[in-house]
Design a protein around this ligand. Sequence first.
Ligand SMILES: [Zn+2]
Ligand SMILES: [Zn+2]
Length: 608
Amino acid sequence: MVDLSYPLEQDARVRILTPDSPEALPLYRHSTAHLLAAAVTNLFPGTQCGIGPATDEGFFYDFVVARPFVPEDLEAIEKKMRELAQQDLPYERQMWPREEAKRFFGSRGELLKVQLIDEKTEGQSEVSCYTIKDPETFVDFCVGPHVPSTGRLKAFKLLSTSQAYWKGDAHNQPMQRVYGTAFLSDKDLQEHLRRIEEAKKRDHRKIGRDQKLFMHHAWAPGATFWLPKGTVLYNTLADYMRGVLIPAGYEEVKAPIVFNKGLWETSGHWQHYRQNMFLVDHENEQMGLKAMNCPGHMLIFDSEVRSYKDLPIRYHEQTPLHRMEASGVLSGLMRVRQFSQDDGHCFVTEAQIGDEVERVLRLVQRVYADFGLKPSMKLSTRPPEYLGTVEQWNHAEAELKRALESVGEDYRIDEGDGAFYGPKIDFDVTDTIGRKWQCATIQLDYQIPERFGLKYIGADNMEHRPVVIHRAIYGSFERFIALLIEHFAGAWPLWLAPVQTVVLPISDRHHDYARQVMERLRAAGVRVELDDRQEKINYKIREAQLQKVPYMLVTGDREAAEGTVAVRSRSAGDLGPRALDAFIHDALEEIQRKDLGGPSPVAEKQTA
Ligand SMILES: [Zn+2]
Ligand SMILES: [Zn+2]
């Protein structure tokens, strides 16, 4: 990609980027980052500029400034950006002799730019610099390209600031990062801003706090404390997954958490992944906490002589994994150091690859449908550097395609994006407010069976290598729960709700009956709480509504006398009196069906 003003010095095939081109938005956003830097250096002379890339959601720019930015600064900066945009100033590309460029930035005290030129343009005699307006106003070292002029930039907004460090390293110079976003149309921008507002309301960290699902503590950074209600949710998901996998032929295993480094050397993690592992030294033995389940499952497979008649063998494991993440990136349930996966490994013959992948795909479809999520699928194929033979890869890729087609899913192909040890299928989920989450994955592996020397005895009585399929449907529990919290905005369908019903006695004299109701529900297997605080009934209803409890059961004189409960649904409001047995029956059915909510199923039945 080059600027529109780039001189064409010979015949060339040319494609013009238009707003519809997929490359347009990142270019537009990066150009807006320059506009931001121009405005900042204009308003705050002496500011040093770092880097200003486009991101998936917008752009940022890092600055060294005398004091942190305050919200009023952002307003002033954005106003200045609009002024510069209105003047429709060209982004002019100039080729400067490399040494001259370094001297220029050095004389302005822009030592970070000098460093960037040193690192990025070694061996070049000239470097490209871009000016907005004239060199006295704003010059930035950048390879480009950009939009032709600032007048093209119309739909942008600055969003926030945060502390950052040069090159993301806390040992380096502290900087101020300004985040913003830009779109090609104002309509898209407004839509995005609306989504950000909605996302704030749904933030899993906020809802996790409000509903008392989980917490974190400074003494266990990146490791989650699951509080009683969160543990109910977690276990519901764990048991649900067992209920899906065990009938599908999986066996659950529990492998150790700490292994001698010998295992990690065999698996290759010691050579390539050690910096991400928690290491433990004890009695001269070097140990590492497991970051993945695969190596343990290889040892279990290898613990017996296997016949082709035993295959496929499918292991499933939910024990915790540990990966070292920098403390600065830890965030809620999304970036953690300790997590568990619904991890599984299928050991198959080459001939079984297609059928096995198809079985996993059908499980993915079924699980995601139960949560009301629709995954989109992507097949990644042989990269330039790969292990195994071209024939093996062609066979595997053809089988993966056949499996994808036989389950009737649309999928994209990412040519050359597979891992070096095998092709893979990745799944993205788009949530209710249009954000994409990466979850499930199916990954073929020719390498790990080699490393562990795995074999099975074939029909020909000879030894053969199995193929390993790594697969996870949720991905990590932590991340999947974050997705579900934000997807449902904390309004859990009945089958997932940590608290499914709350019993609300109207006054003290209804406590005994309310307690009986609670015990009946509990005995029937409905998750229930009793709110016997001395508060007005309307107050208790409002609280339960804020907690998004699916059903509230109000008990007063009439209910106690008749053995009924006055049912209130979170979504449908007051449903009137109902015999307790009938309510329990319908609630259990709703749980069984895994209804996703919407209009209350109990309510529909009652009005029918
Ligand atoms: Zn640039
Ligand atoms: Zn694995």
